[in-house]
Design a binder for this molecule. Structure first.
Ligand SMILES: [Zn+2]
Ligand SMILES: [Zn+2]
Length: 246
């Protein structure tokens, strides 16, 4: 499995960072965690065969995780007619809104190929390549809205994506799965709490490698990278374009 970080910024893009998006290549099939970056533009610029796109899993509805979906869904629907994709959103009103916007701008939506689907705490995605299991987080709990971390299992490897977490990390929002089970890689956000708040979890974390994305403010980059090796496994931040092969 090869993971390419297409967007590593927090809630706002910057000159050198798109918003959250990671591409997973499993035997040539492509999956995505979040779509905050201008995803279709990036894929075309990288020369990606769009027919290999299989599914997109968004961690929550915030725009820095979903803003790339409109252009992608629109173009897959009316132009790139050999593509077929499952797009998971965490709230039905998001599905309704994206679908209606595409219908509005194009006069229709090819729902047989561009399939917006609802992610729930009980959903498990599984095909011949990959298994994706959601774990609810408290990121949007104060608004009564869902958000998820995702466990991705493919080719005998396990990767945990935290999605966005709660500002009250100390109340226990660090994904418990990574504390209780070994994972080959954990990708954790770093915008909603301080490095000092996550440190107690890093001591107990069973990840073989921990990468931080979604970092803000940027002075944390240095703080995070200074933790490398402090807990017996590699810790570092990622930038747009970084690739990891497991
Ligand atoms: Zn975010
Ligand atoms: Zn968010």
């Amino acid at each position: 499995m090869k993971i390419t970080f297409l967007g590593t910024s927090h809630g706002v893009p910057a000159a050198d960072r798109f918003c959250s998006c990671a591409m997973l290549d499993v035997g040539g099939a492509l999956y995505f965690i979040d779509a905050g970056a201008p995803l279709i533009d990036i894929l075309l610029r990288r020369g990606v065969n769009l027919d290999n796109v299989r599914a997109i899993f968004t961690t929550h509805i915030h725009g820095d995780h979903t803003n790339g979906l409109l252009a992608l869904g629109d173009l897959f629907s009316w132009y790139f007619k050999t593509t077929s994709v499952d797009i998971y959103l965490t709230e039905q009103r998001g599905i309704d809104a994206f679908s209606e916007m595409i219908r509005t701008v194009e006069g229709g939506l090819d729902e047989a190929r561009v399939r917006f689907r609802l992610m729930t705490a009980d959903t498990v995605y599984e095909d011949e390549n990959i298994r994706v299991t959601p774990f609810p987080t408290q990121h949007m709990a104060s608004a009564g809205r869902p958000a998820y971390a995702y466990l991705v299992e493919a080719e005998g490897k396990k990767v945990l994506f935290s999605g966005d977490l709660s500002q009250h990390l100390a109340k226990g929002d660090f994904p418990a799965y990574a504390l209780q089970n070994p994972v080959d890689l954990m990708v954790c956000e770093m915008a909603h709490f301080g490095v000092e708040h996550v440190r107690p979890y890093l001591e107990k974390c069973r990840a073989r490698t921990l990468l931080f994305n979604h970092v803000f403010p940027l002075h944390k980059l240095e703080e995070i990278n200074a933790l490398d090796g402090a807990f017996g496994y590699p810790i570092r931040t990622v930038e747009d374009g970084d690739e990891v092969t497991l």
